[in-house]
Design a protein around this ligand. Structure first.
Ligand code: SAM
Length: 243
């Protein structure tokens, strides 16, 4: 069944609660994206979700939960780190055509898929970077201090994610992480990383699908961050979280 034929009943109610009014064509494009995602998912792994109805209620809604914050901040330029199959970056780019998005994705196959989506949906506000965040967030990496907002979903623990994302945000810009139920625990464990990277938690908001954590960058990131690829995960600032 095509995604456009199985939008769950509560989708419009939930998006209305978020204050989202869709423009003509947004829903068609979101449905096309979901079809491409699930179709390609049969060839290689992009998502655990198999049914379009779950795609709407989990992936699309979860991605859209960032929209109110991005709109309030009047962001012009956003970077999505570890975009995978395009979440949340593609969904937000469809609904925010005036904002430019760079989707940073380390895996070549996934980056190719994202380029295909951009071409098919004619998203002229999206650029794909097949790269590691640790490389593009450095002084000569091209994206340091570049974004009004850096966004990420399901890209590791917050203390690691901060080193990957904060360098790419402008001073006074934000990082928004979509987290789960353990968001507060992750925040507590990220105190050292926030101190070192000159940023602080501004808000946490429970949505129906997750927890939206907004972090404000207060000053320039020290030159030594991000460290070389793999190092933020191998040796997280503040020590590894004990399981
Ligand atoms: N954000 C997507 C989502 O919510 O479905 C994908 C999540 S997936 C679990 C994590 C993705 O981040 C993978 O596609 C992986 O290749 C990418 N990734 C992990 N570390 C990265 C890094 N250092 N730089 C760029 N991409 C990275």
């Amino acid at each position: 069944m095509l995604a456009v034929e199985c939008i769950p009943e509560d989708f419009y109610r939930e998006t209305a609660v978020l204050g989202i009014a869709f423009d003509d064509g947004d829903i068609t494009k979101l449905a096309q994206f979901l079809d491409l995602l699930l179709e390609t998912n049969r060839l290689f792994n992009l998502t655990a979700i198999k049914e379009p109805v779950d795609g709407w209620s989990r992936h699309i809604l979860d991605s859209l939960s960032l929209l109110p914050v991005l709109a309030k901040e009047e962001v012009k330029h956003v970077i999505d780190v570890g975009s995978g199959g395009g979440l949340p970056g593609i969904v937000l780019a469809i609904t925010m055509p005036e904002t430019t998005f760079v989707l940073v994705e380390a895996t070549g196959k996934k980056a190719d898929f994202l380029r295909h989506v951009v071409e098919v949906l004619e998203l002229d506000n999206v650029t794909i970077a097949n790269a590691r965040a640790e490389d593009v967030g450095t002084k000569n990496g091209g994206f340091r201090d570049a974004a009004d907002a850096v966004i990420a979903r399901a890209v590791g623990p917050l203390q690691v994610l901060l080193e990957l994302t904060v360098p790419m945000a402008k001073v006074d810009g934000i990082v928004i992480a979509i987290k789960g139920e353990k968001a507060q625990e992750e925040i507590e464990h990220s105190r050292k990383a926030m101190h070192v990277l000159h940023c602080e938690v501004e808000s946490t908001n429970r949505s129906t699908t997750g927890t939206v954590v907004v972090i404000r960058k207060k000053d320039h990131t020290p030159q030594k961050y991000p460290r070389v690829p793999g190092e933020p995960k191998r040796d997280p600032i503040g020590g590894k979280l004990k399981k």
